[in-house]
Design a protein. Structure first.
Length: 417
């Protein structure tokens, strides 16, 4: 998976992006650049499942157009994320009729929410993908994607929708998973499954720390429904297609379901044991082994999925009494710094712990040091080093980029704001 969207966008602008189209089976094309796009040739033109990120779609479309010049008849957006529902314009051929765009009915609410929380979404996505909030300027140079896409859905559905386009049948099914507006698409005539982001080739993105609620429990049910179709080909929301391997696809879907189910069940068991503070739950749960490549925590990670479960069934309070009605961060940090003999003493101890590999404890002291003395250059540099070191030991992109971001904020004397 492309690790850094900012770099990918730059590569498209410089004409360096290399996108390969795979003919998965007769007249079915898959291409992926950060996110995947599947195109089915039918008697009436193309059916597209997803359309990529707007800034990357021209590279995806160019690659597809080496294989087919058919107009786009119908599009399914698997969900309303910016890397799936905003790239359609690049795929249209000159003078063609506007295509029918199918999506789940909850997508309209998402677009309203994006418009209402545009600045917030720009900042958290810059941190997730580009590492510092200042990179938002580059990511959104051509305008912010947060709002209604250029080609909004023309047909929406609630539970399931069956369509026939130019002689090919498609079942569009709703399930809650990464989002509440998620669809997956099954084409029985080609035995192709497009799971959207229910499957992304690595551990599911079910716990994203900065995003709205995700649904790891319902995700399990959707994956099992997909496996029951016995797909021969898999064209995922991210990562590579799996071609002509029904047993391998079933294993991917079922082991991912089991992985999520294990995290959900163990987190609920911890919650049910007298509902302890959340930090106790996430550091105490035993997470399942990633013994298959598609369960590796490369993008998201199980500790964050446990957080998602806690939020799903609980409120915002962490269970620590001081965090119910906290003092301003700087005031708290000032008290700790006074007791420790100064912010530099906190920063020094944070550095020692970091060097000893005690990254979790180091971060608590580092935050207090920076919050107590944001202008102190020695503190900025020590805290920057602590988070840079923490970033390098992460397996997940999510944690790595957020810690890189923390290092950048520290070095500019901004306690993460
Ligand atoms: Zn996605």
């Amino acid at each position: 998976m492309v690790d850094n969207v900012v770099e990918a966008v730059q590569a498209v602008r410089d004409g360096r992006a290399e996108v390969e189209t795979v003919e998965v089976t007769d007249g079915v094309y898959f291409q992926s650049y950060f996110s995947g796009v599947t195109a089915f040739e039918t008697g009436d033109g193309l059916v597209l499942v997803d359309t990529g990120l707007r800034a990357l779609a021209p590279a995806l479309a160019e690659s597809l157009r080496e294989h087919t010049d058919a107009p786009v008849d119908t599009v399914v957006y698997t969900h309303g994320h910016v890397d799936h529902a905003y790239g359609l314009e690049a795929f249209l051929v000159d003078g063609q009729e506007p295509p029918e765009v199918i999506a789940h009915e909850a997508m309209a609410d998402r677009f309203r929410r994006y418009a209402r929380t545009k600045g917030h979404n720009e900042a958290i996505n810059a941190r997730q993908f580009g590492a510092t909030v200042d990179m938002a300027d580059l990511m959104y140079e051509d305008g912010s994607p947060f709002g209604v896409p250029e080609h909004p859905p023309t047909t929406t559905y609630r539970d399931a929708l069956s369509i026939d386009v130019g002689g090919l049948r498609f079942q569009v099914r709703h399930g809650r998973g990464e989002t509440d507006d998620h669809s997956w698409v099954w084409c029985p005539d080609r035995e192709v499954l497009c799971p959207g982001d229910f499957f992304i080739g690595v551990a599911p993105n079910a716990g994203n720390p900065q995003k709205v609620q995700r649904y790891p429990g319902e995700w399990v049910d959707a994956l099992r429904e997909m496996a029951a179709r016995e797909p021969r080909h898999l064209c995922p929301g991210h990562g590579d297609a799996v071609v002509d391997d029904p047993a391998g696809i079933e294993r991917r879907l079922r082991t991912t379901a089991e992985y999520l189910e294990t995290v959900v069940d163990r987190t609920l068991a911890a919650l049910n044991d007298e509902s302890p503070p959340h930090a106790d739950i996430v550091t105490g749960v035993e997470y399942p082994d990633a013994d298959e490549p598609w369960l590796e925590a490369q993008y998201d990670e199980p500790e964050f999925i446990a957080r998602s479960v806690i939020r799903r069934y609980g409120g915002w309070w962490t269970g620590r009494p001081c965090e119910l009605k906290p003092a301003p961060r700087g005031d708290v940090a000032g008290e700790f710094a006074d007791l420790a003999g100064g912010a530099d003493a906190l920063a020094e101890r944070a550095r020692e712990l970091s060097e000893a590999g005690e990254h979790r404890r180091a971060s608590h002291l580092a935050d207090a040091a920076l919050e107590a003395a944001p202008e102190d250059e020695a503190v900025q540099s020590a805290v920057g080093d602590v988070y840079q070191a923490r970033a390098t030991v992460q397996t997940s992109m999510m944690a790595r980029n957020l810690y890189r971001s923390a290092a950048a904020y520290a070095r500019s004397g901004r306690p993460y704001r």
